[in-house]
Design a protein around this ligand. Structure first.
Ligand SMILES: [Zn+2]
Length: 457
């Protein structure tokens, strides 16, 4: 990150709707204005392309994203035999004894237990992650390798314990993740993993120190780490509190976690994916009070009658418009009709004065924020169906939801300023044209702290 890089001038860019040249050095923007001498600087021609502050993904999971890259993603089933066919094929490809990791399983693949897995991949340690990321199923050999009792029940939210068992087998390739995010123009992220131990922080900090992770990273961690410092190179964000739908906490317990976070000077980021979870979170806030920076993660179901309560609390909602695209067809099939209009609200929340931030929740949603920007605008599922069209927002609003500061998701979008960090994303055309067809294909170059991390330099 701190490697010296020559001063750079981006010439002929569109900045806030006007033509300008932008010069940056030592990580900061030093000039925005009409053309002047570019002597002694590296020159990048924008040809009228918009230069934006780099995008911020306000909620994702870096280690899970890296793990997903080396997993078999079974996605929604094409037919009943789909899962079996793909698992068997991967089993044949892998060396004996290697873990076979499966992600994306859901009920569409049929009931799952160790017996079915063992029959498909005899003797192999296999771990299957539920689509939600909240639960694991292990093969017989997998349970043995992880040092746990075999079980036909899903293991919920046990990543910390299980993760230790397979830490050595799976060193995450965060460099590949970082490069991909850079290609989307992403210069900062919030890792919203509710780590219970410090191993996750250590892995992320080490990857940053090595230069594998170039993005600025704010981390959360769970309530157990509320008053722990985080390693150098990471920024300590809110405490992630999960209102788990398989094991609903009572509001007093929840309020206790909120208070502990607030006492440590940290806001809370509260995972709420159902109506019940939101009601519980609101009840906990009533007891503990809210502080600046408290946020609702997902807000997947926000019934109209609760919109004002959310607004009055002053908490932000960190939503995932990409879920409309990636999971919308399943929601239309499986979510109760009563809840469907409340799914992944955006426009209604903004109208009520709630700050709404964009994020991907990758790997549980697509990691490309531009897919979310598009879906926030057209509310189309993969199959082209409409989901909550009344919640659509203009493309500029959707983009802005990815431009807030990491500490203030949903806050006013960052702008390019002299003296500000050279975290930049250059597009291949003027902003209006790009937003008429939002896509990461338009990102031609990305800099973080003035250092090129993607594209044309
Ligand atoms: Zn998440």
């Amino acid at each position: 990150m701190s490697e010296p890089h020559p001063p750079t001038t981006v010439v002929g860019a569109e900045v806030d709707g006007a033509r300008a040249d932008i010069r940056f050095e030592e990580g900061r923007i030093t000039r925005i204005g009409p053309p002047s001498s570019t002597a002694g600087t590296q020159v990048v021609r924008a040809d009228g392309g918009a230069l934006l502050p780099g995008l911020h993904d306000h909620h994702l999971h870096l280690l899970a994203l890296a793990a997903r890259d080396r997993s078999l993603d079974v996605g929604p089933a094409a037919d009943d035999a789909d899962f079996d066919r793909r698992l068997r094929a991967r089993h044949r490809e892998l060396p004996a004894g290697a873990w076979l990791r499966v992600v994306g399983y859901d009920e569409s693949h049929g009931p799952l237990g160790p017996g079915r897995i063992d029959a498909l991949a005899p003797g192999r340690p296999v771990r299957v992650q539920h689509r939600t990321g909240a639960a694991w199923m292990l093969s017989g050999a997998g349970a043995a390798a992880a040092g746990v009792e075999p079980s036909a029940d899903w293991r919920f939210r046990d990543d910390e314990h299980l993760g230790r068992a397979w830490a050595d087998d799976d060193p995450p390739d965060l460099a590949a993740v970082s490069a991909r995010l850079a290609a989307y123009g992403v210069t900062g992220v919030t890792d919203a993993t509710p780590f219970g131990g410090t191993e996750g922080f250590a892995l992320l900090a080490a990857a940053r120190a090595r230069g594998d992770l170039s993005q600025r990273i704010m981390v959360t961690g769970g309530p157990a780490l509320a008053d722990r410092p985080v390693p150098e190179g990471l920024d300590r964000g809110p405490v992630k509190v999960v209102v788990a739908d398989h094991d609903l906490p009572d509001p007093d317990r929840l309020a206790g976690w909120f208070r502990a976070a607030h006492r440590a000077g940290r806001p809370v980021a509260v995972h709420c994916v159902t109506r019940v979870a939101l009601v519980l979170a609101l009840a906990a806030w009533e007891r503990a009070g809210s502080i600046d920076g408290d946020r609702i993660e997902h807000g997947s179901v926000v019934p109209l009658e609760l919109v004002d309560a959310v607004a009055n609390l002053g908490v932000q909602v960190v939503t995932q418009p990409g879920f409309v695209l990636a999971h919308g067809d399943r929601y239309l099939r499986t979510v109760e009709a009563d809840d469907r209009p409340h799914l992944y609200r955006c426009g209604t929340l903004l109208d009520a004065g709630v700050a709404v931030a964009g994020s991907t929740d990758a790997p549980f949603g697509p990691d490309d924020p531009w897919l979310g920007i598009r879906a926030a605008t057209d509310r189309r599922t993969r199959a082209g169906a409409l989901l909550g069209p009344d919640e659509a927002v203009p493309p500029r609003t959707a983009l802005d939801s990815f431009l807030g500061p990491l500490r203030r998701p949903g806050g006013p979008p960052r702008t390019l300023e002299v003296g500000g960090p050279a975290d930049l994303c250059l597009l291949d055309g003027p902003l209006d044209r790009v937003l008429a067809d939002p896509s990461s294909r338009h990102v031609v170059a990305t800099w973080i702290g003035g250092v090129p991390v993607h594209g044309s330099t």
